[in-house]
Design a protein around this ligand. Structure first.
Ligand code: PHE
Length: 450
């Protein structure tokens, strides 16, 4: 379906919600959330995450969707239309999409390898470290993941992204529930449940809070113009307020279920919960390997990971594609090709940084700010999640609160007073004061300044 400007539009309201939830639900939920909880004190992290989600996540979500629907433009164009001086903030978002995709597609490739592996041998037989440190094989899987992503984006908003999300998201929901039930009913699951659900407040510090803040932004696809872009394909009759709580709620439900799928099983088989990025790939297949019908559950699980990763990757590629279409007047097919080629080129050093380029650090260690030395993969993750996304969110709040103005925003949200927005007053205070100040404080404490 094409709108007047020929940019494309969501065909249905559910289609939009599923696509936006598809963007939010991704590796951030299944891969990152559980391992971050594992590294940052389990339930204590979950608690901080929930607080930030409600206070900042939902506030920024509504602000982004509103800017998008109002301007009907890509991230950079949206800022530029409302205030030319702010265009660079949108530009930073487009850059951020490239950087996230560079490591995201690598992990997406790993998921394809594990999915195929769960048929051929058993995923448990894959040597995780051996595989990701190899020079060629992971790059080939990254390329395969890039091609799938590109095909969906190539077919456009209604015909590609919306259709793909409508199929993959409901399946994903069913699969994760099956896996969570299996995991929670294993003998010995209780230890994992209490680790995941009983908070130990003493574990909370500045670093944990910054990690949770970055994770909220990453998981909700906020702070880089993704929800501006998706919002720009909305017609005016859509309810922004409803989307702004439904998308985060769905996202959190899936992240929570992912923890329920992973921790009880990890504890039931006596494995280590705080082992970082390898948790999902190195540990879970071992867990499946010891379960009755484990190969079946492993293949379902990794198919789920692929679906989740794809529906997010298409939204990231869409940010880049929309930028080229709206700002550079390039047609959609060429725009998506340019985007995915640029991304793949950046993904190569990310993949290699696991092995051959392991010694190459693009960020040096800064001990006084809790920053370790990092190679391409870790550096791109760090720069985006802990710096660019929260900063993008902070700037968006200042922009909507003080430059464009909450009155204009509320006018867009309520379609000029036609629909009601009872929380308008609360939201204005959150956007203008609470969210930006909170993000700023978290930065300071996370980097050890206060
Ligand atoms: N939200 C996605 C996830 O959790 C990642 C993402 C970040 C997608 C930013 C789009 C924009 O996996």
């Amino acid at each position: 379906m094409k709108d007047i400007a020929g940019r494309g539009q969501w065909a249905t309201k559910t289609g939009f919600v599923l696509a936006a939830a598809g963007s939010a639900v991704g590796l951030g939920n299944l891969w990152k959330f559980p391992y971050m909880a594992g590294e940052n004190g389990g339930a204590a992290f979950v608690l901080v995450y929930l607080g930030i989600l409600v206070l900042i996540g939902m506030t920024v979500m509504l602000a982004e969707l509103t800017v998008g629907r109002h301007t009907q433009l890509d991230a950079l164009g949206a800022y530029k239309k409302l205030s030319a001086k702010w265009a660079w903030v949108g530009g930073m978002g487009v850059l951020c999409a490239f950087l996230i995709m560079a490591f995201y597609t690598v992990v997406g490739g790993w998921a394809i390898k594990y999915f195929l592996g769960s048929f051929a041998t058993a995923a448990a037989n894959i040597d995780f470290v051996g595989f990701i440190t190899a020079p060629i094989e992971p790059i080939i899987y990254t390329l395969i993941f890039c091609v799938f992503t590109w095909i969906i984006v190539f077919f456009g908003i209604g015909g590609g992204i919306e259709k793909a999300s409508k199929i993959m998201m409901p399946l994903l929901f069913i699969f994760i529930i099956i896996i969570a039930i299996r995991s929670c009913t294993l003998p010995g699951a209780g230890a994992g449940l209490s680790y995941y659900l009983k908070p130990d407040i003493s574990q909370i510090n500045g670093g944990v809070i910054l990690a949770a803040l970055g994770q909220v932004f990453f998981s909700l696809s906020l702070g880089m113009g993704c929800m501006i872009t998706y919002g720009s394909y909305l017609g005016r009759d859509s309810s922004l307020t409803q989307s702004a709580w439904m998308i985060p709620t769905l996202d959190t439900a899936i992240a929570f279920l992912a923890g329920l799928a992973i921790f009880p099983a990890v504890f039931a088989f006596g494995m280590e919960p705080g082992q970082g990025p390898g948790l999902m790939f190195a540990t879970l297949p071992q867990v499946f390997g010891q379960m009755p019908a484990g190969e079946f559950f492993a293949s379902i699980f990794f198919l789920l990971v692929i679906f989740a990763a794809l529906t997010s990757a298409i939204s990231l590629l869409e940010v880049v594609t929309a930028y080229f279409v709206d700002e550079k007047s390039i047609n959609r097919s060429s725009a998506s090709v340019i985007g995915i080629i640029g991304i793949f080129i950046l993904a190569i050093p990310c993949s290699l940084s696991m092995g051959s380029l392991a010694g190459v650090h693009i960020i040096p260690e800064i001990a006084s700010m809790n920053i370790p030395a990092m190679g391409f993969f870790d550096a791109f993750d760090f720069i985006t999640s802990k710096l660019m996304l929260p900063l993008g969110g902070l700037l968006l709040c200042i922009f909507v609160g003080w430059v464009w103005g909450t009155d204009n925003a509320i006018n867009e949200i309520t379609e000029g007073g036609i629909s009601s927005f009872p929380l308008a007053g609360v939201w204005s205070i959150l956007v203008k004061f609470i969210a930006p100040i909170a993000i700023f404080m978290v930065f300071l404490s996370g980097f050890g300044v206060i």
